[in-house]
Design a protein. Structure first.
Length: 128
C-alpha cells in the first residue's frame, strides 16, 4: 500500500514536469511562428516602401532632366540618393534584427537587404 502511494506521487510529479517542459516547447514554437509572421509582414512592407521610393526618385529625376540648371547635378544627386537609400535599407534590416528577442534572432539568417529579400521570397513561395 505504501509503495503504491510513493509510486503515485512519483508519476504525479513526473507528469507535472513533463507538462511544464511540453508547454514551454509548445509556447516557444508558437512564439517563433508569431515572430516569423511578423518579420515577414514587416519585410513585405519595407519592400513596398522601397519600391515606391524608387518610383518617386525616378519621377524626381524626370523633373530634373527637364530643367537645365538641375540637369547638371543629376548624376551627383543620383549618387547621393542611392547612398541614402542603401543606408535606409541597412538601418531597416538592423532594426528588424534588433527588435527580435535574442533567443530567436539566429533563426533569421539575413544581415543585408538582399539577404532579407531572398528570405522573404523563399517564405512567400513556400507559403503558396
Amino acid at each position: 500500500m505504501e509503495m503504491n502511494f510513493y509510486h503515485s506521487i512519483f508519476w504525479f510529479l513526473t507528469g507535472i514536469v513533463s507538462y511544464r517542459i511540453a508547454s514551454r516547447l509548445f509556447g516557444l514554437v508558437l512564439s517563433i511562428n508569431l515572430f516569423t509572421d511578423t518579420v515577414l509582414a514587416i519585410l513585405g512592407m519595407v519592400r513596398y516602401v522601397d519600391k515606391n521610393m524608387g518610383s518617386m526618385l525616378e519621377a524626381k529625376y524626370d523633373i530634373m532632366r527637364e530643367d537645365e540648371a538641375l540637369k547638371k547635378n543629376l548624376d551627383q544627386r543620383r549618387i547621393v540618393d542611392r547612398a541614402l537609400l542603401d543606408g535606409w535599407r541597412q538601418l531597416t534590416i538592423d532594426g528588424i534584427k534588433k527588435s527580435c528577442p535574442r533567443s530567436i534572432r539566429s533563426i533569421y539568417r539575413f544581415n543585408t537587404w538582399n539577404e532579407a529579400m531572398l528570405f522573404l521570397d523563399k517564405h512567400l513561395t513556400k507559403g503558396k
